[in-house]
Design a protein around this ligand. Structure first.
Ligand code: AMP
Ligand code: TRP
Length: 333
């Protein structure tokens, strides 16, 4: 069966190894499976739910696009575009906002986390963020949406909105009800400094993450300094439970080598950490350095990136404006 894939990444700069393993690497795998049609969006409308510096935002949009391209997303096979160039997203989002219920949005845990203590000061955009995400997905009739575990609740809301619209207007199957694609393994890459915290672009310590733009020397240094413990590599996977940093490093190695953690343990058990870290550093450099070099190269040619986004937006616009037109007709406009 052919799948229609949609996913988005916010242009907030500093994409890291967690974004690569948890999201972008899968985007590339899905693109390269037969019969899949993929749409990958730089979600700049979502980014402005939190205050952005206009100059930096523009660079971040290009940087995220460059990271997509450098990682292997191919603009001839997939549609790559930025959300703000395709007006159907904002328009569709308004209509879906009249379908979604306050009670549904009030349950969203990401809003609670991002709004912090003073909810009165959060933007309305941050509150209705999941409705825009539903519009992104539903406008393209996406059947599958690859996301990290943290986005599961938003995807359930998209499903609820699709079902309610279909039911309210008696248009069964007008909106496809999308399925989440959440990786079973390696869906949470942790900080290199604290195995209980997610690797994140907002961590104040740059040593906690490997950025997709890091040089070879930076990668080697960060892996050398990554936190471990004094025991050797265990020979049982169950022993990793109490050793989150070790589990994380073995997970990074396994994921980048496309193998199970069991296999990695068999390869290294009983060895000490310096041996393992040498191998890990070599693998990360082998996988990430070419991406980093390509991002740097691409960013020197802004016109090229802008052209990719423009062509992607034209293709995305063709599909999504048709869907909005149909929505309007159904509603009675
Ligand atoms: P964000 O940077 O939060 O916009 O996330 C972009 C994509 O990367 C989403 O699909 C996230 O689930 C995924 N992601 C972000 N951080 C991590 C991490 N530490 N481990 C695995 N996936 C991640
Ligand atoms: N909210 C997602 C995140 O923060 C990004 C996103 C926006 C998205 N629209 C989407 C993901 C549609 C999947 C499908 O990671």
């Amino acid at each position: 069966m052919s799948k229609k894939i949609f996913s988005g990444v916010q242009p907030s700069g500093n994409l890291h190894l967690g974004n690569y393993i948890g999201a972008i690497k899968n985007f590339v795998d899905l693109q390269n499976q037969k019969n899949n049609q993929c749409v990958y969006c730089v979600v700049d409308l979502h980014a402005i739910t939190i205050k952005q510096d206009p100059k930096i935002l523009k660079d971040s949009i290009r940087e995220t696009t460059a990271a997509f391209l450098a990682s292997g997303i191919d603009s001839h096979k997939s549609i790559i575009f930025n959300q703000s160039q395709v007006s159907a997203h904002a328009e569709g989002s308004w209509i879906l906002g009249c379908i979604a219920r306050m009670g549904w949005l009030n349950r969203m845990t990401q809003f609670k986390e991002k709004a912090g203590k003073d909810k009165e000061k959060a933007s309305i955009g941050l509150y209705i963020y999941p409705i825009l995400m539903a519009a992104d997905i539903l406008l393209y009739d996406a059947t599958h949406v690859p996301v990290g575990e943290d986005q599961k609740q938003h995807l359930e809301l998209s499903r609820d909105i699709a079902n309610k619209f279909n039911l309210d207007f008696n248009v069964p199957n007008f909106f496809k009800v999308p399925d989440p694609l959440i990786q079973k393994n390696f869906s949470r890459i942790m900080s290199l400094k604290d195995g209980t915290k997610k690797m994140s672009k907002s961590d104040p310590s740059d040593l906690s993450r490997i950025n997709l733009t890091d040089t070879k020397e930076e990668i080697l240094n960060k892996i050398k300094k990554a936190k471990t413990d004094t025991m050797p590599i265990p020979n049982e996977i169950s022993e990793l439970k109490k050793r989150p940093e070790v589990e994380n490093l073995l997970g990074i190695y396994s994921s980048l080598n496309n193998q199970t953690t069991e296999k990695t343990i068999n390869e290294f058990n009983g060895k000490n950490f310096s041996d393992f870290k040498d191998n890990l550093a070599e693998l990360v450099v082998q996988k990430i350095s070419p991406i980093s070099l390509e991002i740097t190269k691409l960013l020197k040619n802004e016109d090229y990136i802008d052209q990719i986004l423009k062509e992607g937006a034209e293709k995305a616009n063709e599909q999504s404006s048709k869907k909005v037109k149909e929505m309007k007709k159904i509603i009675g406009f």
